[in-house]
Design a protein around this ligand. Structure first.
Ligand code: PLP
Length: 481
């Protein structure tokens, strides 16, 4: 494809995306295909001869779109949002066009330095501790996901616990322990497995009535395990748990971790970005105790996947765990110690120029635009929760400080409430106008309404509420018959 052909087809593809965003509300939110439908619509063999982009665009419509769940649909309230935006897509397009591999500073200095700078900007916007700045002892890096960031944090913590050795030569992998709660994201357990820790390495600390980790339980477990000869390595505290957005009390957990010499990792994958809004920062009080911190711009901050913002307070622990310098990567800038080589801050060697999309997003919206986005969603969630709370057909189940509301329908008579709740969810999702997901609280299913898709407005939330009420009434009648 020549640059001129690229220009022409690039315009067509950008038009296609803009048209998709314009008509997105006309699609059923959840894909309605059955397993195997998409593959059945594809030819068995790849094309022998090249085809025009128009043919590919035609198949995007015919084959791909029916198999897409429309995460950018204004009626998408499932899981956590996976934001994208025009500036994010354009930044990614430039990154793709430059085709830079930014593994080392020398392989493209701007890829490293723009990332350092943007991460420092974000650290400031989120009011993270000064130690996280590249100008201090720490620094930030863009990772592919918070799951990856959780693994990297654990590797850095193991490096520190082994006093500079490796897991094998420093801390005994069968004695190293990681502390989570039952609400912690499953990626932390996966990280422990990948890091080669023992099968019982993950200790589950009790939670309180708000599903937040109990500091006293953590302290008692740390003391007991240490007395038994184990090495507590990392505590993972969550700000905004995946299930219900519970908040572990950082200000109380921090001093306990510090006293025990344990690495405190804060997983704020979804909720951390709310720190751009001053009045929401109190929810992360105590973040200054963190040794590392992760939050995803690709969830709720108008940036397309993948854009995990990850910081450490002591970059030496991270690079000590992950740096390897083979001969073929040696260069003067690295040898002089004058630069950051981000390949030493992540699992993979190669890396995309992801800072570009963050830079585009920040420059297009400005800090104030990001605040407006988060504030708007939190306000909608609070209004929605008030509607639910005031209605005797539903209960709000958990606290809802961010933009997720968990609710449980009430059912009269001897109806199996769990079955009825899941039936309500399926009816709503089958309807195509909205999409929600569920979790369990206290062993019972509850509906999660995650507000945060950029296109969602009050009108869409009102429509969701109307659909919830209508379908609840219809089902309640149906069960009564
Ligand atoms: N941590 C928490 C608290 C999450 O909620 C999630 C995903 O929802 C993750 C980690 C994993 O995030 P990612 O999809 O970026 O790996």
């Amino acid at each position: 494809m020549t640059p001129e052909q690229f220009r022409q087809h690039g315009h067509e593809v950008v038009d296609w995306i803009a048209d998709y965003w314009t008509r997105i509300g006309s699609f059923p939110v959840r894909s309605q295909v059955s397993p195997g439908d998409v593959r059945a619509a594809l030819p068995a063999s790849p094309p022998e001869q090249g085809e025009p982009i128009s043919a590919v665009l035609a198949d995007l419509e015919r084959v791909v779109l029916p198999g897409v769940t429309h995460w950018q649909h204004p009626g998408f309230f499932g899981y956590f949002p996976a934001n994208t935006s025009g500036p994010s897509v354009l930044g990614d397009l430039v990154s793709a066009g430059l085709g830079v591999q930014g593994m080392s500073w020398v392989t493209s200095p701007a890829a490293t330095e723009l990332e350092q700078h943007v991460m420092d900007w974000f650290a400031g916007l989120l009011r993270l501790p000064e130690t996280f700045l590249s100008t201090s002892t720490g620094g930030g890096v863009v990772q592919d996901s918070s799951s990856g960031a959780n693994l990297v944090a654990l590797l850095a913590a193991l490096h520190r616990a082994s006093k500079g050795g490796t897991v094998r030569h420093g801390v005994d992998p069968d004695r190293a322990l990681v502390y989570v709660s039952a609400e912690t994201h499953s990626s932390m357990e996966k990280a422990a497995r990948i890091a080669g820790l023992g099968s019982d390495a993950v200790r589950i600390v009790e939670v309180d009535g708000d599903l937040a980790m109990r500091p006293a339980s953590l302290k008692a477990r740390l003391e007991r395990d240490t007395a038994r000869g184990f090495t507590p390595v990392l505590v993972c505290a969550t700000v905004g748990t995946t299930s219900t957005t519970a908040i572990d009390p950082l200000a109380e957990l921090g001093p306990i971790c510090r006293e025990a010499g344990v690495w405190l990792h804060v997983d704020a994958a979804y909720a951390g970005v709310s720190g751009v809004v001053p009045e929401l920062r109190e929810l992360q009080a105590g973040v200054e105790w963190a040794d590392s911190y992760t939050t995803d711009a690709h969830k709720w901050l108008l940036t397309g996947f993948d854009a995990t913002l990850f910081w450490v307070a002591d970059r030496a622990a991270l690079t000590g765990a992950l740096s390897i310098l083979p001969e073929y990567l040696r260069n003067a800038a690295t040898e002089a110690g004058a630069v950051v080589d981000y390949r030493d801050w992540q699992i993979e060697l190669g890396r995309r120029f992801r800072a570009l999309k963050l830079w585009f997003v920040l420059r297009w919206y400005g800090a104030e635009g990001l605040r407006e986005h988060i504030r708007g969603d939190v306000a909608l969630a609070q209004e929605f929760a008030a509607l639910v709370d005031a209605d005797d057909r539903f209960d709000v189940v958990t606290k809802h400080p961010f933009s997720l509301v968990c609710l449980k329908p009430r059912w009269a008579g001897d109806v199996d409430a769990d079955v009825a709740t899941m039936t309500l969810l399926e009816r709503l999702n089958d309807g195509g106008e909205v999409f929600l997901t569920h979790t369990t609280v206290g062993g019972q299913p509850v509906l999660r309404v995650a507000i945060g898709t950029p296109a969602t407005t009050r009108e869409h939330v009102d429509r969701l509420w109307a659909l919830l009420c209508e379908n609840h009434d219809w089902l309640a009648n149906d069960f009564a018959e």
